[in-house]
Design a protein around this ligand. Structure first.
Ligand code: UGA
Length: 416
């Protein structure tokens, strides 16, 4: 329990950055929302508990200690609670966790039986950082996993405000698997695109053109009766870049691999997804080395520290290994990110100079590594145009028009 966070929430001050969260919190706090450190009170006075604690991956399995602890505490409260209560796991957990770990702890701590005495379910979340509120308010699907009809009915009631959204009603194990499968598929699309991009770069082909051609397959971008084409958002994951990061994709794919191996499966495809992804930041450095074989004393600017735009989250960001290796090679590193500098400074201290202004960050750079698809980086050609010696720009997201820059390199760009 973190009393400081609870106090901040009750004061309408969100402890994390998320677009629109502060307004939303201020609108509801003290009205129909309240944070507390008193778990017993909260469980006793509610009908449903949603467990949303972290499940960090320690390299061999997800760490269930937080989930176990909270399940034990909820179970203890259920011992004396006479009203029917439902416990829902929202944390991402490998298949079987809700029924084989959480449920027995609840039964033991409460002295009651799951099913007749209380409900148990699993309701995965599909929120993207930076879009979390939108994704919640306008969900594409809602997965309701329950051990019995009554548990599923409780979840149905909880989401009654979304009558038109597709709902999957299933058991907890399937709900858990849906979550991992969804993230693993998107991660696979990215690594697939990167493998193709790396080959393109080598053989004199531009992956951006290749993917444009691939996206036009009507099975990927359907053509409607009126001749217009639908461009599904999934296509944005079919694009080459400097690799995926964040707190979900790398961890979830690795956790599913570990789970699968434990079940006797080789998990060869998903292992390759991770392998390709971990090698991808190196492609940025390889492109830099082509122009600067010795980085000692070179002034290099890293644009974008966040793992993706719209967040200050730098966890597993490809910028981290790249910046570290630049420093190790003796480069003079300048960093820029619209909102993630503070987080990055915690990692790199004063070894990296972070600039608050994009133009400043570019002003004396010999090379610029574009790592995050922040929209403001579209101004790059304009900003470097007037510099006396325009820097080499290495586009890790292939978001710039390559002809707009005099010295340009990009991931997946081969020149015949
Ligand atoms: C991801 C999923 O997209 C969510 O559906 C899921 O709920 C969440 O994980 C989770 O498990 O909690 P998130 O990690 O916030 O959400 O970020 P994404 O926007 O999916 O980005 C993940 C990675 O994919 C990033 O490194 C990003 O750069 C990359 N990406 C994202 C692309 O390469 N292309 C895109 O179009 C979008």
């Amino acid at each position: 329990m973190d009393a400081t966070k609870v106090a901040r929430i009750n004061a309408g001050d969100p402890p994390i950055y998320e677009l629109g969260l502060e307004d939303l919190l201020k609108r509801h706090i003290g009205q129909n929302l309240r944070a507390t450190t008193d778990l017993a009170q909260a469980v006793a006075n509610s009908e449903i508990s949603l467990i949303a604690v972290g499940t960090p991956f320690d390299g061999s399995a997800i760490d269930l200690s937080y989930i176990r602890e909270v399940a034990r505490q909820i179970g203890t409260v259920l011992r004396d609670k006479t009203d029917y209560h439902v416990v829902i796991v929202k944390s991402t957990v490998v298949p079987g966790t809700t029924e084989d770990t959480v449920l027995p702890i609840l039964e033991e701590a409460s002295g009651k039986r799951a099913g007749p005495d209380f409900g148990v379910g699993m309701n995965p979340e599909f929120l993207r950082e930076g879009e979390a509120i939108n994704d919640f308010m306008e969900p594409d699907r809602i997965v309701l996993g329950g051990i019995d009809e009554r548990s599923i009915a409780a979840l149905d009631e909880l989401y009654a405000g979304f009558p038109d959204v597709d709902k999957v009603r299933t058991n907890p194990r399937t709900a858990e698997m849906i979550k991992y499968t969804a993230n693993s598929l998107l991660a696979t699309l990215i690594s697939f695109s990167n493998e193709i991009g790396n080959l393109c770069a080598q053989v004199g082909v531009d992956v951006v053109e290749v993917m444009e051609g691939v996206h036009l397959d009507k099975r990927l971008s359907p053509i409607l009766a009126d001749g217009t084409r639908v461009n599904p958002a999934s296509l944005t994951y079919l694009a080459a870049g400097c690799g995926f990061g964040g707190s979900c994709f790398p961890k979830d794919v690795k956790a599913l691999i570990a789970y699968g191996e434990n079940e006797g499966h080789s998990m060869a495809l998903l292992k390759s997804v991770i392998h390709v992804n971990e090698a991808q930041p190196q492609k940025m450095l390889a492109l830099l080395h082509k122009h600067f074989p010795d980085l000692k004393g070179r002034r290099i600017t890293v644009l974008g520290m966040a793992f993706k735009p719209g967040t200050d989250d730098i966890r597993e960001s490809p910028s981290l290994p790249v910046t570290k290796q630049l420093l190790d090679a003796g480069a003079i590193v300048t960093g820029f990110d619209p909102i993630a500098c503070e987080e990055a400074q915690k990692v790199f201290g004063d070894r990296v100079v972070f600039r608050e202004d994009l133009a400043d960050a570019l002003s004396d750079a010999e090379a610029v590594l574009l790592m995050t698809r922040w929209p403001q980086f579209e101004q790059l050609p304009e900003l470097v145009k007037n510099l006396s010696t325009p820097p080499l720009v290495i586009d890790g997201r292939r978001m710039l028009t390559r002809t707009a820059l005099s010295r340009y390199e990009g991931i997946g760009l081969g020149r015949a």
